[in-house]
Write a protein that binds this ligand. Structure first.
Ligand code: HEC
Length: 380
């Protein structure tokens, strides 16, 4: 091939059957460096040409494994070594949590590297030139003809033999030479002028970004959202003598609409209870409101009727009955106090149940007590 300018001998065919037969013929004649060009995928062509299976699948597999292993290692390092935290009582190295992200990264890397490998290794990017480009042969096979090109660098290549073979197979034979353009083609990717342009673009965009976000935005008038006459949390203040930007509320400050509950869990229910009076009248509305709140918040422990027989029995320090002599003789305020601040293991309910509803619950508990301990006089 050294003394000739010939790239390949090509032949055009008119029907798919002809091209399949031609591909078989060229393969059986023992040529290895040849290719077939058709305007659309022709079924059975891989077999006719005896093409081996593509190696692209291995690239995908390797990239996927790389992604999975890389992600598991990274997640393990983050979760168990660099920033160990107990989350929901689970061990640091809790692998089920890594499954979704490992899967995602494996797929992502497999896809990206497959496309990258295809372009860089299989299509030889950035080489974008080919001797067949712009030839009448290529124009024909991208429109209505089927073609075979046997390359001149095939070890068995002999121009006359190839021509005869292709003619025998029924093709219109024509040689393709390396064009002047192909021989002088150089990828322009690494030309100094192009690299200079790239560097210029990088410099301008990076510099522009830097100036905009680090300088311009801090100059008037662009800084007006940032520079407000106020002290931000955690900042120093020159206005106050102690230098803190954040102020504590004046001691004793309460929010609007807030009524202070003056007693704490250390106050005995029966003694502070006597200092409070239930402000509600036990009407049907109040009782049904109290019943609703009682069934929601109290019955899981104290039972629907307050007998201390709920399903919590045996799983929690047993909630006591609310029908004991002690609780029955307590003033209303004592029940209110227990609900408000809690008592030993019973938690406070002041944030779940409003002040008024707690008093309604007191009325409802009283109703339960009266119902279970009815006096003779109640029946008359
Ligand atoms: C999480 C379970 C639980 C819930 C819910 C609960 N309690 Fe209690 N309650 C207890 C336990 C346990 C005690 C006993 C505390 C102790 O050891 O003093 C108790 C004690 C009491 C007492 C004092 C009884 C006594 O003999 O000293 C009253 C009154 C009371 N609860 C009323 C209520 C009301 C009203 C509600 C609904 C707002 C309620 N509890 C919700 C668990 C609960």
């Amino acid at each position: 091939m050294a003394d000739t300018n010939l790239y390949a001998v090509t032949a055009l065919f008119r029907t798919p059957d002809q091209i399949i037969a031609a591909a078989k013929g060229v393969k059986e004649a023992g040529y290895t460096r040849y290719d077939v060009h058709t305007p659309y995928p022709v079924h059975g062509m891989d077999k006719a040409m005896g093409l081996p299976e593509t190696k692209l699948g291995f690239v995908t597999l390797a990239a996927g494994i790389m992604g999975a292993v890389g992600m598991i290692s990274f997640a393990s390092w983050v979760a168990a070594v660099d920033y160990p935290q107990v989350i929901g009582g689970k061990p640091y190295w809790s692998w089920p949590a890594f499954v979704p992200v490992t899967y995602e990264i494996a797929v992502l890397l497999a896809v990206l590297l497959t496309v990258g490998a295809m372009i860089a290794f299989f299509f030889k990017f950035p080489n974008i030139s080919h001797p067949l480009h712009d030839t009448p042969y290529m124009k024909a096979v991208s429109s209505d003809a089927y073609g075979v090109a046997v390359r001149a660098d095939d070890p068995k290549f002999d121009e006359k033999e190839v021509r005869d073979l292709l003619k025998r197979l029924g093709g219109e034979v024509s040689p393709v030479e390396f064009s002047e353009e192909f021989r002088t083609f150089r990828p322009r990717l690494f030309e100094p002028r192009f690299l200079l342009l790239l560097a210029g673009v990088a410099l301008v965009s990076a510099g522009g970004g830097y100036v905009t976000w680090n300088k311009l935005m801090f100059m008037p008038p662009f800084d007006w959202m940032m520079m407000q006459p106020k002290a931000k949390p955690q900042t120093v203040s020159t206005f106050y003598a102690d230098g803190f930007g954040m102020r504590l509320p004046v001691s004793g400050t309460v929010a609007r609409g807030f009524t202070l509950y003056p007693y704490t869990i250390t106050d005995r229910a029966d003694s502070v209870g006597a200092l409070m009076v239930n402000p509600l009248v036990p009407t049907a509305t109040v009782l049904s409101r109290g019943k609703q709140k009682y069934l929601t918040y109290c019955s899981p422990c104290h039972g629907n009727a307050g007998r201390g027989d709920s399903r919590m029995n045996g799983q929690f320090p047993n909630p006591p009955t609310l029908h004991s002599d002690k609780v029955r003789q307590w003033p209303d305020g004592a029940l209110f106090h227990v609900m408000t601040v809690g008592q030993n293991v019973m938690p406070s309910y002041q944030y779940q149940i409003s002040r008024e509803d707690r008093w309604a619950v007191v009325h409802y508990v009283r109703t339960l007590q009266r119902a279970l301990n009815a006096q003779e006089s109640d029946l008359q």
